[in-house]
Design a protein around this ligand. Structure first.
Ligand code: ARG
Length: 635
């Protein structure tokens, strides 16, 4: 272990060097690869004289481990001369390093292979000592913060945002999954994260819903199953309203104008309008009923979100935007000449305010209808200005489906044109594609609960097929439920966000292929190995890691060492698939190592070392799964 001990000293020495602090996002105490980056940087700086910051940021990941653990593209250092010759000159001066093998140039590239001993030691030690925080920056906070006295940076993630009494469709499902993940990701990066759910809970339709509830509603059903019940009521009352309208149209066609007018004046649609008007005027009775719908729905949503490990800090919504604030905003836009009256309505014609193609593609957006009601866009604008005053955030993400791309573009643009460049600069739209082919056994209307139940049931039947394993599961229904949720989430996060994908129950619930159940299986298997080995933490701490010499052990260490870097990279891509792709790569390396790195029957010391390695793999897998929002199962 001599090499490992001297390595410990080396790490200490490095950690003390102020040099390391000069690089952004360099955390040698919690990211094994950062030690190597810094080390290689100082060697290259010595040889080339290039600014270490440039060197540091030029050292890149490789596509696969055959190409090295890190690589330098020689031209990236911007030194005059032919890259191939420069490389040759530099490598002639390469000193003996305790951390990195002597590089062998590959054309314009210099690949770096880490020495196995030190890598094994830091990776396993860091993973096991940081445990649930391995890969996260929580402990060290954000380094690129301009003023540390301000504390953590704050981010708002607005996501899910379903509409009360309407279906929770695939768009809401994806927003929920992606938003939940982004919240976790920023938390892991040391941000203060605020999760907001912006409900669709306001408008004439909620007046109609109240009328419907008086006709068809049941108090008992509302309390038991508010989401489905309100939807049923809404469907019934909408149908009745549509029928009325048809009647009125027919009457009019037959020349019975007076009768048609009577329906228009006192029919359901008009009643709904009046009811909603009472709501906007703050009429208590009208608001009480609406508030109960909202509260019961939120209560039920919370239960479902909890199954996805999601917890909102605030349930905002269209109803929460103040009418006076919207009027103020509208007045300001008019005064600025940004908004114009058009036959009583208020709109923005972007082609007049944004030059060229961009202005044309933004088109026109309605801010206020002729009858004076403010619209979705106006609400979003006022809500944003309000959040800016209330929360003092550094960044805000809106997770909204690509169908609303234009809406979000118009929304951000208006805010900018209103003179709030600072606010426009800190908001970001995270868009995503459609889910195709989603329907449940209960029909085409899908509520989140129905989807999860269907998948859970299907998962249960898949599990039953393997009788042997099924018998070992203590609470199969509960496990099937969790695996079902993992199936849905992993399928959703597998591709790039912007791609559409097809909801495929068979594929997502399979234990084979890159699926949720596969990841869960890999995790449960690691847990089972550790249970069987029955070694204490202390025994693992004292393991002699230099016994891990096999090719498979080294390959596993190399991929585990990448985890903190993967998290950093995910902060750039904001794609869940960045994490998922890594976890599948890691679990494939892991599963191919089992036959070569057996626990049962091996020497006690070898067993300890291998268990320490498997323990590190379990930590990484567990952390990755939780980052994605999954609940790792142990059996
Ligand atoms: N409730 C909206 C819908 O279902 C989504 C809201 C998105 N968020 C926003 N700030 N506009 O379409």
């Amino acid at each position: 272990m001599a090499s490992d001990a001297s390595f410990d000293n080396l790490v200490k020495k490095f950690a003390d060097l102020p040099l390391l602090d000069r690089y952004p996002n360099c955390f040698p105490d919690i990211n094994p690869v950062d030690i190597y980056r810094s080390h290689i940087t100082s060697i290259l700086q010595g040889i080339t004289g290039v600014d270490p910051k440039i060197v540091y940021s030029s050292i890149q990941w490789t596509q696969n481990s055959d190409k090295g653990d890190l690589v330098l593209a020689i031209p990236a250092l911007r030194v005059k001369g032919k890259p191939e010759e420069l490389g040759k000159q530099w490598l002639e001066q390469w000193p003996e390093s305790p951390l990195v093998e002597k590089p062998i140039q590959n054309g314009n590239f210099i690949p770096f292979f880490f020495k196995h001993g030190p890598l094994r030691q830091t990776t396993i030690t860091q993973a096991r000592s940081h445990r649930f925080d391995f890969g996260s920056n929580k402990a060290v906070g954000l380094k690129d913060q301009s003023d540390p006295s301000k504390g953590k940076k704050r981010i708002i993630v607005e996501f899910s945002s379903p509409n009360i009494a309407k279906p929770f469709h695939a768009g809401h499902l994806r927003s929920t999954i992606i938003g939940g993940f982004l919240g976790n990701l920023y938390e892991a990066a040391g941000w203060d994260v605020l999760r907001i759910n912006y409900l669709g809970d306001w408008g004439k339709q909620y007046g109609l819903l109240a009328l419907g509830f008086k006709m068809y509603g049941s108090e008992e059903a509302l309390q038991r199953d508010p989401i489905n019940h309100l939807f049923e009521v809404y469907v019934k009352i909408s149908a009745k309203t549509a029928k009325e309208k048809e009647e009125a149209d027919m009457l009019q066609k037959d020349g019975k104008d007076a009768e048609a007018q009577k329906i228009k004046d006192s029919g359901l649609d008009e009643q709904a309008r009046q009811y909603f008007k009472k709501m906007t005027e703050g009429d208590e009775e009208a608001l009480t009923l609406w508030k109960r719908f909202r509260d019961f729905s939120i209560k039920r949503y919370k239960e479902t979100y909890a199954r996805l490990n999601i917890n909102f800090d605030s349930y905002s919504g269209e109803s929460q935007v103040s009418e006076t604030e919207m009027e103020d905003a509208a007045r300001k836009m008019k005064e600025m000449g940004l908004a114009e009256e058009d036959g009583g309505a208020l709109l923005v014609d972007f082609s007049k305010h944004v030059q060229g193609k961009a202005g044309k593609s933004l088109g026109k957006a309605l801010l206020r209808k002729r009858d004076g009601t403010a619209l979705y866009l106006t609400r979003d604008i006022s809500e944003l200005l309000n959040r800016d005053r209330t929360y003092n955030f550094d960044h805000m993400i809106y997770v909204i489906a690509s169908q609303q791309d234009l809406h979000v573009k118009q929304f951000f643009k208006v805010v900018e044109l209103m003179g709030h460049k600072d606010i426009a600069a800190k908001v970001q739209h995270i868009s995503f594609g459609l889910v195709l082919g989603m329907s449940t056994r209960r029909g085409t209307v899908k509520f989140l609960d129905d989807i999860l139940r269907d998948v859970g049931e299907h998962m249960h039947s898949v599990m039953k097929k393997n009788e042997e394993k099924y018998k070992q599961v203590e609470n199969p229904e509960a496990v099937a439920d969790i695996l079902g949720i993992s199936s849905v989430m992993v399928q959703d996060m597998s591709g790039k966000r912007i791609n559409n994908y097809t909801f495929n129950m068979e594929a997502m619930t399979s234990f084979e292929g890159d699926t949720g159940p596969y990841l869960q299986y890999a995790h449960a298997r690691l847990c089972s190995i550790s249970r069987k080995a029955g070694l204490s933490e202390k025994e693992l701490d004292s393991a002699d890691l230099s016994l891990l010499t096999e090719h498979h052990a080294i390959e596993l260490v190399r991929v585990l060492a990448q985890w903190p870097d993967v998290v950093q990279n995910t902060l750039k891509t904001l794609e869940p698939t960045t994490v998922l792709t890594y976890l599948f790569k890691m679990t494939h390396v892991l599963s191919s190592s089992y036959d070569h790195l057996r626990i049962v029957g091996s020497e006690p010391e070898v067993m300890k070392a291998r268990m320490a390695l498997y323990d590190s793999a379990r930590i990484v897998l567990n952390n990755g799964m939780r980052l994605l929002g999954l609940s790792p199962v142990e059996r």
